[in-house]
Design a protein around this ligand. Sequence first.
Ligand code: MTE
Ligand code: MO
Length: 388
Amino acid sequence: MRRRLAHPTPDAFTSRLRSPTVAARVGVWLGLSFGLCFVTGLISHYAQLQSPTIPYPTSPSWGYRLTQGLHVAAGVAAIPLLLVKLWSVLPRLFEALPRHEPRRLMLTMLERGSIAVLVAASIFQLATGVLNAAQWYPWVAFSFRTAHYALAWVAVGALMVHVAVKLPSIRELLADGIDATSHDRPRATAESALSRRALVRTTLATAGLAVLATAGGSVTWLRQVSVFATRTGEGPGGVPINRSARAAGVEAAATSAHWRLEVVVGEAVTTLSYADLRAMPQHTVDLPIACVEGWSAQGTWSGVRVADVLRVATAPAGRDVAAVSLERSGAFRRTILPAAFAADERTLLALDLAGDPLSLDHGFPCRLIAPNRPGVLQTKWVARLEVL
Ligand SMILES: Nc1nc2c(c(=O)[nH]1)N[C@H]1C(S)=C(S)[C@@H](COP(=O)(O)O)O[C@H]1N2
Ligand SMILES: [Mo]
C-alpha cells in the first residue's frame, strides 16, 4: 500500500516564536534597511552615470564615501533581518488556498505572487551585493550594476505593495504587546526557552554585529573588530589597492621613459612629460577613495590641478573631460569627469600619495583624484585627457 506524503499545514510549525508580532517588528527594521539601501543605491547609480542629466555635486568631498558606506552597511544588516523574517512567516507558505471562492482565491494568489517577487528580488539583491563587496564576480551574463539597479525597483515596488496590503495588520500588531497571544494560530503553543522579545532583540543585535564585522572597511576605529571587512587600510599611504598594475597589464607602459600625458582639445594635442607635470604648481588635498564595494580610505594626495593642465592646453572652460588610462581593456579605462569636477580646484592628477611618489599599483605615473566621486571613477595610470 502506498501512503501519500502529506504536505505540511501551518499547524505543523509549533514554535510560538513564529508569530505575526515578530514578523511585523523585524519587518519594520528590514523595511528601513531596504529604504536606506534604495536611496543610497540610487545616489551611487546616479554618480556612476557617465552623462547625468542633473549635475552631481562636487561637495561635500566625503558625500559618496558616506552614502556608499551606509548602502553596504544597511545591506549587511538586512541579511539577518531577512532570514528571521522569512523564518517567522514560513508556516504561511503552507496555508490552504480558498479554492472555492474565486474572488478570494484571486486576491490571495495576487498577494502571494507579490510576496514571491519581493522575496526573490530581496535575495538576489543581498546575494549580488555581498558577492560584489567580496569582489567575486562569477556572473558573465549580466552587468552587476544594471541588474542590481533594475531589481532594486522591482524589490521596492513589491515592498510597497506588501506594506500597503499589510498596513492595517501591521498597525494592530505593533500596537499589541509583543508576547500577546491574540494573533497566535490556535496550535502554536509549544514551550520555548526564548521569548519573542528576546528573539527580536537577538535579531537586531545580530544585524548590528554584522555591520560592525564589515564596516571597518570604511570606519578606521572599527578595523580591529571588522573580521569580515574586505579592505582595511593595508597598502601604501594607508590606501588599499584594488586592481594592481600587473592585473591591469600596464606595468611596462606605466614605467616606460616614453610615457607622456596627452591633452586632446579638438584637433590639438598637447604633450606633457612626467618632468613637465612635476615642474607645474603642485597642490595637496585630503580626499577619500570610496569604492562601491563599501571600503573607503582617506589619502593625502599631491600633484597638479586638472584645471591647470587644461589651461596649459588652452582648453575652453566648462567642458566635460574624459580621463583615459593606459589600460587596454576593462570597464574603468575611460571615465568622464563632468565639467564641474574638472574645474574644481581639489581635482588633481595626483603624482604623490602621503608624500611619496604614487606606487605603480596606485596609478603611477599619475592618477585622477576628485572630491565626491565613486572610487571606480578615480582613474589610475592616466595617459590622456580628452576635452569633450
Ligand atoms: N585604470 C583603472 N583605474 C581604476 C581601476 C581600474 O581597474 N583601472 N579601479 C578603480 C576602482 S574600482 C577603485 S575603488 C579605485 C581604487 O584605487 P586604489 O587601488 O588606488 O585604491 O581605483 C579605480 N581606478
Ligand atoms: Mo572600486
